[in-house]
Design a protein around this ligand. Sequence first.
Ligand code: F6P
Length: 553
Amino acid sequence: MSDSPKPTRRPEWTALKDHRAGALPHPDLRELFAADPGRAERYVVRVGDLRIDYSKSLVTDETLALLRELAAATDVFGLRDAMFRGERINITEDRAVLHTALRAPRNAVVEVDGENVVPKVHAVLDRMADFADRVRSGEWTGYTGKRIRNVVNIGIGGSDLGPAMAYEALRAFTDRSLTFRFVSNVDGADLHEAVRDLDPAETLFIVASKTFTTIETITNATSARSWLLDGLGGGEKGDDKAVAQHFVALSTNAEKVAGFGIDTANMFEFWDWVGGRYSYDSAIGLSLMIAIGPDRFREMLDGFRIVDEHFRNADAEANAPLILGLLGVWYGNFLGAQSHAVLPYSHYLSKFTAYLQQLDMESNGKSVDREGNPVEWQTGPVVWGTPGTNGQHAYYQLIHQGTKLIPADLIGFARPVAELSDELKAQHDLLMANLFAQGQALAFGKTSDEVRAEGVPEEQVPHRTFRGNHPTTTVLATELTPSVLGQLIALYEHKVFVQGAIWNIDSFDQWGVELGKVLAKRVEPALTEGADVPGLDPSTAALVAAYRELKEV
Ligand code: F6P
């Protein structure tokens, strides 16, 4: 522990508090637009194919200027440059943070400890492309010579959420003759349901694990190997060659991969400077590359790069990740918001928010600063949400009329995907009408006078009044293409970065997940063998006893 540059002790923080108390005690969107209709045009930032409208934010020009001063004082851009340079900004793990190198062009130079890592990145991408092409063309067959028809990714956290999310997002670009499944949960039901209708002879397993020690993944991969060998049957049973044809690994840990029995010739590598939640554009994206093909995968990387370059070069006033990060700081630290909703108006983005939960909450769910001192300020929000319009018929009630401030991002596209029938394409306007209507209703609500004017009985007026003033940011793009997906993900990656920099926390470690892992290992023998587990607290001991009793019934 040492003296830390606490953001709350900075004059720029105090200036924002004063601004909140003085000039903007009760920011009101109706008033803000009445006073300054031009904000609808002015509070829009464009990056790549994304048009980001933050005019419905509870801010004025002055708020934004003060927030930018806080960003300057906390040296967000200094840390950004250190990240892009490959410095070891993940201090608790003493690692560089270089997911941006994963999408660097072939001729770029990004050095870690004096070594340019870009050639390694492209060598792996080339190997992945070659493998993906061989699977897609049918040249890579299973052990019995049958063509691979099914690809099952086994991984968890960043080794699952990224490829699973992106596969859903880009389904319209996938090879529909192949079946893709994603297994993550150590609940045996996950693997069971994933493979029960598959022919082992036509199934390729991709075991994705940065460390190759994650118990869920290794357990599922071991069971998958048994399923495969049992399914292949007869003479082939137990044959290592069968495993070699049906298992590939994505990892940083060649030794563990070999130990599991996967030929390291069938391993696609990445590096310790790629965090799990920042990894789906590395080898971890192999299942996605097989699904959409190497060219589309590279288009996605180009999309990431557009936003990387923007984040690196755009001025603070027009820097989209900076602006989004600052808005979140304003809501969380000065207006008391505890959560942030991400509401994509796209069925294809059904896993987008779940992906962002790991990205944001594993990165910024921290309560000590970079020097190890307890923080005295709010850090990362609870991120949640599901695609519109489904959420509208479930929890939007609470956003509209509950007691909480819930800033939200609305994400939508001008065009539906090309392969929909004309009739289904026509539904797209209705979908987007809902997005725009929700943004409007959340911002401007409906006053009691407006409700009365509709002839609503007086006793119902309070119930049917919408106070409005719920801030939203609307992200619009023409179409959900691979490039646009890459742009969206990089936008959120850098937003999370900005917030971590301001809060002076290490956004790149995840020690908070360790305790549960250790305790689960300790408890397991009590469940499987009835072993005595010393040190169990009375509540957990009683639960374990009840479980054992119920299990025997
Ligand atoms: O336990 C959390 C975590 O370490 C995540 O950060 C990571 O994405 C996930 O587990 C999976 O880890 P691995 O890829 O090493 O199996």
